[in-house]
Design a protein around this ligand. Structure first.
Ligand code: HEC
Length: 188
């Protein structure tokens, strides 16, 4: 892990610790419905390479059907209100068949919510505790601003199209339509 990644990891740990310490003031929330794991995935690319903030943990991104009706215009990509994107994060880079994720990070399009940033609620769910935390600060939102500029992931967004803060927009991950990866997109 490079120095930048290490910094991002410790920032995430710190942010989680801070949020945990004030969790008593946070009303219980539940934005991630059961059954999210059966939603379609946003990319077939195998996400097991290191990204800042996640080390090289294996990840799978699911999105509800509503999100797949996103629009694309000269202004850029826009996801409808109610879009829910859930990223499963596993303990290691190659989980065993049937292994459960340890954590979920999620984005819910809800521009009217006071805690939304860039039109999205930014959520982390600790699966061991069953507890969701909404990140009201700029931590998640600031890094996801990179999705709207050229970045190192998927199709790399070299035209700097506005992507509504989403790195992996379906069909815009640089893979040929219908392409099949050697590696399965899921540990199962
Ligand atoms: C340092 C940069 C960085 C930070 C901070 C970050 N993310 Fe991400 N996030 C990424 C990258 C890169 C991806 C692309 C998918 C992958 O490789 O996991 C991603 C993907 C996602 C996705 C799937 C949608 C997409 O953009 O493709 C969700 C949901 C998500 N992140 C939620 C969060 C939440 C919630 C937080 C704050 C707790 C957060 N992220 C903080 C970099 C970041």
């Amino acid at each position: 892990m490079d120095r930048h990644s290490r910094t991002a990891v410790s920032v995430l740990a710190l942010a989680l610790a801070l949020l945990a310490s004030c969790s008593r003031q946070t009303a219980p929330v539940d934005h991630i419905p059961d059954g999210y794991a059966s939603w379609r995935t946003t990319t077939k690319i195998r996400l097991d390479y290191p990204i800042p903030g996640h080390e090289d943990r294996f990840r799978i991104i699911h999105m509800n059907d509503l999100g797949f009706s996103f629009s694309r215009s000269p202004v850029g990509v826009s996801f409808p209100i109610g879009t829910t994107i859930v990223k499963q994060v596993f303990a290691t880079s190659s989980p065993a068949a049937g292994e459960e994720p340890i954590m979920l990070t999620a984005m819910v399009k809800a521009p009217d919510e006071p805690l939304s940033r860039g039109g999205w609620l930014w959520i982390v769910k600790d699966l061991a505790k069953g507890q969701e935390t909404v990140f009201g600060g700029d931590f998640c939102y600031a890094c996801h601003g990179n999705a709207n500029e050229a970045h190192p992931y998927g199709d790399k967004n070299q035209s700097e199209e506005f992507r509504d803060y989403v790195f992996f927009v379906p069909g815009l991950d640089g893979m040929a339509p219908g392409a099949v990866t050697d590696a399965p997109a899921s540990p199962r």
